[in-house]
Ligand binder design. Structure first.
Ligand SMILES: [Zn+2]
Length: 304
């Protein structure tokens, strides 16, 4: 079965009307259990990060101020989530979850995190519901530990991975690729190692070609020994913040083609769920289930 990484602290009681669906992680995990996709012997629970791990990608003062709850009001407003002890807890656990998923992927070929993809978190500030950048932290930690030499962050969330791009701009061990909607947030884009922009309103055919083109370019210019795949579902046509017109079948094909592409080249893949926005949290959680369903299917078919 597929190694899964999850912690119950990912979801905590939260304003149900808030744009950020805090309940989606717990709902997604329940949905995966319901579908029989969770093997208890392959389920891993990450610990809380020490500040030093977070500081691999972030300013130490920002990290300690967030943990202590002393960030200025304006900085919390930019993050877009109200400060709470539970928010601190989940923000410290999730990067370890992505790191653990990457370590499991290196061992087993493929592993999935039931969270992760907080790619708008920058070196010394958070933005867009992102506090700490799990992708950058995990990649830096893997390289530092000598577990990987060349990590590709392949980000298919509909929004550009601007925080990831800036944090890792000078890090030649990590290649950042973002496939995103040109007209979407953030208005001021960063410079990833590779940015592939898709026009607003693009549907399956155009979108899937862009994803494939991005992978081919990544493979040609950087040969990774691990891929961290952000399988954001906010590319979905019905997403509240998406602006693209991709169907659920389109998302399924994307996920399958990404897993087949890299696994077919023998490269381990760690997945994170990324963004997804919907008033209907149950529907959103099921949408995020897509990457897990595809991963389990390909695994049982012996493809990945
Ligand atoms: Zn997003």
């Amino acid at each position: 079965m597929l190694p899964l990484v999850y912690h119950p602290a990912y979801s905590f009681p939260f304003d149900e009307k808030h744009r950020f669906a805090m309940s989606k992680f717990g709902r997604l995990f329940a949905y995966l259990n319901q579908r029989g996709l969770v093997d208890p012997s392959q389920l891993y629970r990450p610990a809380k990060a020490k500040a030093s791990l977070i500081a691999l990608a972030h300013d130490a003062a920002y990290v300690s101020q967030f943990i202590e709850g002393t960030l200025p009001f304006k900085a919390m407003r930019e993050i877009g989530l109200p400060w709470s002890a539970q928010l601190v807890e989940r923000s410290l656990i999730s990067p370890v979850g992505t790191l653990l998923t990457a370590q499991l992927a290196l061992r087993h070929g493929l592993a999935c995190h039931v969270a992760g993809g907080t790619h708008h978190a920058h070196y010394d500030h958070g933005r867009g519901f992102c506090v700490f950048n799990d992708l950058a932290i995990a990649a830096k930690s893997l390289v530092k530990q000598g577990l990987a030499e060349r990590v590709l962050i392949f980000d298919c969330d509909v929004h550009q991975g601007d925080g990831t791009a800036r944090i890792l701009a000078d890090d030649s061990s990590v290649f950042t690729c973002s496939v995103h909607c040109k007209q979407n947030y953030p208005a001021r884009k960063a410079l990833s190692d590779l940015d592939v922009e898709v026009e607003k309103g693009a549907a399956d055919e155009v979108y899937l070609l862009a994803v494939h083109d991005a992978m081919a370019q990544c493979a040609a210019s950087f040969s990774p020994d691990l891929v961290i795949f952000d399988a954001g579902v906010d590319v979905f046509a019905g997403d509240r913040l998406g602006l693209l017109d991709v169907s659920m079948e389109g998302i399924r094909i994307r996920d399958e083609s990404v897993l087949r592409f890299w696994r077919g080249r023998g490269v381990p893949v760690a997945t994170v769920i990324g963004g997804g926005y919907d008033h209907d949290h149950a529907a959103l959680a099921e949408r995020h289930g897509s990457i897990f369903e595809t991963a389990v299917q390909l695994k049982s078919d012996g493809v990945v």
